[in-house]
Design a binder for this molecule. Structure first.
Ligand SMILES: Nc1ncnc2c1ncn2[C@@H]1O[C@H](COP(=O)(O)OP(=O)(O)O)[C@@H](O)[C@H]1O
Ligand SMILES: [Mg+2]
Length: 202
């Protein structure tokens, strides 16, 4: 069935501004976008960072690829068009959360440069921080946290990033966390120190 676009849609403006919300939170909104291979450590770092942010009084929220695919993006697969749609939707959601004033941690493989750039373009200026969670394919295969590499290498999963689908390394990440060589604790500390300075106001 062909989808019909809505017409006669008029934007309604708010009487409360982003600045109003930032004042209430005592922080600016920020999208912290994690990209990297499956098993590189995106979720593990985001989970610990969210915990640390909360302990230190920041309002943060985590949008995780696997979790979002249970709901909002449950209709999408892993071919290139669906991966693009997956990121398009989450980029829009992340921009809304940033606008709400939250430190928004987004952990999706997001293998294509064009979609990461799209996500940045959707977010308020200076409010997007790209973290490349870098691990060699070998490390990810050895970790095989979810047993997916085993299946992908056996040909049981198609379009698996790093095995049967491409991963484009970010050209200009704001930070690289090399989880082959740096511990989870060190990654979280490095990131927390940067993020807390960026978002704190007053
Ligand atoms: N420095 C590190 N940073 C993040 N995770 C690490 C690190 N070293 C080892 N790990 C482990 O690697 C695994 C990464 O899995 P996960 O966070 O689910 O990956 P992703 O979300 O990128 O698919 C976890 O079991 C984590 O404990
Ligand atoms: Mg994950």
């Amino acid at each position: 069935m062909e989808k019909k676009k809505g017409t006669n849609i008029v934007w309604s403006s708010d009487q409360v501004s982003y600045e109003n919300r930032c004042k209430i939170f005592g922080q600016k909104g920020l999208v912290v976008w994690f990209t990297g291979l499956s098993g590189s450590g995106k979720s593990a770092i985001a989970i610990e960072l969210q915990k640390r942010l909360t302990e230190e009084g920041f309002a943060g929220y985590r949008l995780d690829g696997d979790n979002i695919r249970h709901g909002l993006n449950a209709d999408l697969g892993f071919g290139e068009a669906d991966r693009d749609e997956n990121i398009r939707r989450i980029a829009e959601v992340a921009a809304l959360f940033q606008d709400a004033g939250l430190v928004t941690l987004v952990s999706f493989i997001s293998p294509y440069e064009k979609m990461r750039s799209f996500a940045k373009s959707k977010t308020r200026e200076d409010s997007f921080f790209l973290v490349y969670v870098k691990a060699s394919l070998e490390t990810c295969i050895n970790r095989d946290v979810k047993g997916l590499y085993k299946k992908a290498l056996a040909g049981e999963i198609s379009d698996f990033t790093g095995v049967s689908a491409p991963y484009e390394e970010p050209e200009h990440p704001d930070l690289i966390l090399d989880t082959d060589t740096i511990t989870l604790e060190e990654c979280v500390k490095t990131l927390f120190d940067i993020i807390s300075k960026k978002v704190r106001i007053g």
